[in-house]
Design a protein around this ligand. Structure first.
Ligand SMILES: Nc1ncnc2c1ncn2[C@@H]1O[C@H](COP(=O)(O)OP(=O)(O)OP(=O)(O)O)[C@@H](O)[C@H]1O
Length: 268
């Protein structure tokens, strides 16, 4: 993935926090499973132009928060707003159309299609062209320009004609990101985007996320604290479903309660 890395701004310094407008927010978010409270009193502000990390030990409630924000789970209490609109009771598909998109799983890409075809198919979703897909090849070809733009954005343009199945693990995850970007998200939710990657791929994906966040907001669950330190403008730490600390990495990583609960473990 060296080529991709060269094309993307890999400036080591963390860009100043954009301090952009709040695009996704929740207040008093809570989710009970029977008598067990998995998420309690969670307030979050996710801003345009920023990468925001959600971290915490196993079982802290990170995935549940993602499921609540994307509406795959209904909150027991609390409110969620997306670009000022109350989405607390909105369906997952409508929320996705409004611009809150969670990265696809690798299984959602088509292994026997080329890299370019995968992005073209993803591009049809927002355009509402899905029903025409099998009828009109020319309609698909019109999408090539935008698909190539997206592939260039993530550094996969040199792989356009390869089958997705033949990509390395790291590049499959990058393709997954490209297909997610095809939906033109305003807020991108990434669940451990570097999981299972080697050092070089981690650097490449971090550079892509940094670049992507300049014109969007990114909320990511990430266990790799070096990545969080290098990439994320804001960090929210969850423990047993509640917010333990929030702020920039420097503030959070020196918080005694965080060090005790999280940083002092082998994650640090
Ligand atoms: N559908 C469910 N029914 C009952 N309990 C659940 C359900 N989903 C999650 N939980 C519980 O809620 C708590 C938070 O789980 P969650 O998966 O959100 O944590 P996490 O921070 O994402 O953990 P990890 O880092 O291990 O993925 C855990 O104790 C989990 O067992």
């Amino acid at each position: 993935m060296a080529g991709a890395a060269q094309r993307i701004d890999r400036a080591g310094a963390l860009p100043a926090a954009g301090g952009g407008e709040i695009v996704l927010a929740c207040r008093g978010l809570r989710r009970d499973f029977g008598g067990f409270t998995a998420v309690k009193d969670v307030d979050l502000d996710v801003r345009h132009g920023e990468v925001h990390a959600l971290i915490g030990p196993n079982g802290a409630g990170k995935t549940t928060v993602f499921n609540l924000l994307t509406k795959f789970l209904q909150p027991t209490a609390g409110t969620i707003t997306l670009m000022g609109a109350d989405i607390t009771r909105t369906s997952p598909s409508r929320v996705a159309r409004m611009g809150l998109v969670r990265s696809f799983q690798i299984s959602a890409t088509f292994p026997h299609m080329s890299v370019l075809e995968n992005v073209r198919v993803a591009l049809q979703r927002p355009a509402g062209l899905a029903t025409q897909f099998w009828r009109s090849l020319s309609a698909l070809e019109q999408l090539d320009g935008r698909a190539m733009e997206l592939l260039r954005e993530v550094g996969l343009d040199d792989a356009r004609d390869l089958q997705a199945a033949d990509l390395s693990y790291g590049r499959k995850r990058v393709l997954e990101l490209a297909t997610t970007l095809a939906l033109d998200p305003k807020v991108l939710l990434l669940d451990e985007p570097m999981a299972g990657m080697g050092h070089e791929d981690v650097g490449t994906v971090a550079a892509i996320i940094r670049s992507v966040a300049r014109t969007r907001a990114v909320l990511m669950v990430e266990h790799n604290l070096k990545v969080v330190a290098d990439l994320c403008h804001r960090v929210t730490v969850l423990q047993r479903g509640e917010i333990l600390a929030a702020g920039d990495y420097a503030a959070v990583s020196t918080d005694e309660r965080v060090r005790t609960a999280y940083m002092g473990t082998d994650h640090g």
